[in-house]
Design a protein around this ligand. Structure first.
Ligand SMILES: [Fe+2]
Ligand SMILES: [Fe+2]
Length: 198
């Protein structure tokens, strides 16, 4: 298993659910609402899993890619996650199937599409180049466990990108023993990586 592949697979599932919404008749509001609710909760769980498990390890072992360092990759991602949460929340202001609802879905789609492209180009590429296979496997197991445990969703919480990176780097400074490939998927490693902090 490989956490970078699980994240790619999740992105594909997000694209698939949006494509599903595009193909449902606008009058079938029960179907539209059901598929959107599934996508909205999945987006939250996916972002939270990345924030708890992937980005702390990217900050720890990443080496940068295309002149973008892991701190910049992570700050961009955390900010994007906030934008996506806000766009997802805005959908609930509209009646399912209305013009305003479709416009809000389009904004959420744009925010998420832009973010996925950047995350795939930067963070995931960086991680494949610099993280060992054992770490990628162990994080994949933790990521799958988190998503299975939180299948019904998590509470959406925005995070300040600067504060997030500062707190993770402080955890790394106090907990890293210098072994770049030791998994950080338990409560005894990075506190932010806990599976039970939600
Ligand atoms: Fe993602
Ligand atoms: Fe993300």
């Amino acid at each position: 298993m490989d956490i970078t592949q699980l994240i790619l697979d999740d992105h594909q599932e997000q694209r698939r659910l949006l494509a599903t919404i595009e193909q449902i008749d606008p009058t079938n509001t029960a179907a539209l609402g059901a598929v959107w609710d599934r996508l909205a909760s999945f987006l939250e769980v996916h972002a939270e899993a990345e924030e708890q498990l992937f980005y702390p390890e990217l900050l720890r072992v990443g080496g940068g890619v295309d002149n973008v360092d892991p701190e910049a990759e992570t700050k961009d991602a955390i900010g994007d996650h906030n934008d996506i949460r806000n766009a997802v929340a805005a959908v609930t202001d509209h009646e399912v199937g209305s013009e305003g609802w479709y416009d809000a879905i389009t904004k959420a789609n744009e925010a998420n599409s832009d973010h996925m492209a950047e995350e795939e180009r930067e963070g995931l590429t960086d991680f494949r180049r610099h993280a060992g296979l054992e770490l990628r496997h162990d994080l994949a197991v933790a990521f799958a466990t988190f998503e299975a445990t939180h299948f019904a969703g998590v509470t959406a919480v925005d995070k300040d990108p600067e504060v997030y990176v500062r707190e993770v780097e402080a955890e790394i400074a106090t907990s890293d023993d210098g072994a770049n490939d030791s998994p950080a998927t338990t409560d005894t490693s990075l506190g932010i990586g806990s599976l039970h902090s939600d």
